[in-house]
Design a protein around this ligand. Structure first.
Ligand SMILES: Cc1cc2nc3c(=O)[nH]c(=O)nc-3n(C[C@H](O)[C@H](O)[C@H](O)COP(=O)(O)OP(=O)(O)OC[C@H]3O[C@@H](n4cnc5c(N)ncnc54)[C@H](O)[C@@H]3O)c2cc1C
Length: 260
């Protein structure tokens, strides 16, 4: 058994196409508009929101005589009035690496606003089994010994099945069928990878739901890392999240504006 730690890698973030945005602002008559948004994501969400009422400057729409100035004030109001569809324009992509299938089963329950690519255990054959060991087991030598023994037996079963089924040297499509059959004795805790894209609305909700004290410790730990990243990535979209330390060393990330 190889002990592993879950990692979160941010792979992609929104970027503004300056040329296209300038052309749109010219078309709508808002050439003087600018923003102090700290990121492309926040700029994109602000443009999308302001386009609804043409509230780039007073008078552009004769019904609008006053506008909210500045990225922070503007986006704070979006969150406050729960105009959540506007923040769906900005998406980020993460690699969750060395997470368990326990984690991925829970993650994929969040359907709205996501895209998912998961490592296939039909194609990727298990040899050494990577495991993140929960603290309750890691800190109890007797429990850890039982845990390690069970994983070692799984690894042995994978090796013996590979031998008995004669997997080596077969064509790729046959290996796939056999690998898929063999994975049925893989443990739920096996370390794997999932690539996950989510928009700001989804991210806010999943951080809130999956860091609450009742959530499973691994997903809380991972979404604590995501919250930390997002607060720095887009402070005006995630700045209202506060970490509240929990007894197990993780944090609940509580937003001022719940489920936008
Ligand atoms: C602490 C905790 C414990 C859990 N325990 C269990 C458990 O024991 N068993 C179990 O099966 N699951 C459990 N879950 C999973 C939970 O039931 C949800 O499936 C999961 O959190 C996904 O959240 P969501 O339903 O908000 O969906 P998301 O896909 O995250 O959607 C976000 C929001 O969009 C809206 N939405 C999405 N899809 C629809 C739709 N089809 N129709 C209408 N509105 C929609 C809803 O407002 C929804 O809240 C648990 C979750 C947590 C956080």
């Amino acid at each position: 058994m190889k002990q592993v730690e879950p990692h979160v890698f941010l792979l992609a973030r929104p970027a503004i196409n300056d040329e296209g945005l300038a052309a749109y602002l010219r078309a709508v008559g808002a050439t003087g508009w600018g923003t102090d948004a700290p990121s492309g994501a926040e700029k994109l969400v602000e443009v999308a929101g302001r386009s609804c009422y043409r509230s780039f400057e007073p008078g552009l729409n004769p019904n609008v005589t006053r506008i909210r100035e500045g990225s922070k004030t503007y986006l704070e109001n979006i969150l406050n009035v729960k105009h959540g569809s506007v923040i769906e324009h900005a998406s980020w992509t993460f690699a969750f690496f060395n997470v368990s299938r326990v984690f991925t089963h829970e993650l994929v329950r969040h359907r709205a606003g996501t895209a998912i690519s998961q490592e296939s255990l039909r194609f990727v054959r298990l040899t050494e089994v990577g495991m993140w060991v929960p603290p309750e087991i890691r800190d109890n030598p007797e429990a850890l010994a039982i845990f390690e023994e069970a994983v070692a037996k799984t690894e042995e079963a994978q090796q013996r099945l590979a031998e008995v089924l004669g997997i080596e040297g077969r064509p790729f499509h046959e290996k796939k069928v056999l690998t898929s059959a063999m994975r049925r004795v893989a443990p739920d805790g096996v370390a794997t990878t999932i690539i996950w894209t989510a928009n700001a609305r989804t991210l806010r909700w999943v951080i809130e739901a999956r860091t609450e004290p009742g959530a499973e410790v691994e997903i809380r730990m991972v979404f604590g890392k995501v919250a930390d990243i997002m607060k720095k990535e887009a402070p005006h979209l995630f700045g209202d999240f506060t970490p509240i330390p929990l007894p197990d060393g993780t944090c609940q990330w509580k937003p001022e504006h719940s489920k936008v």
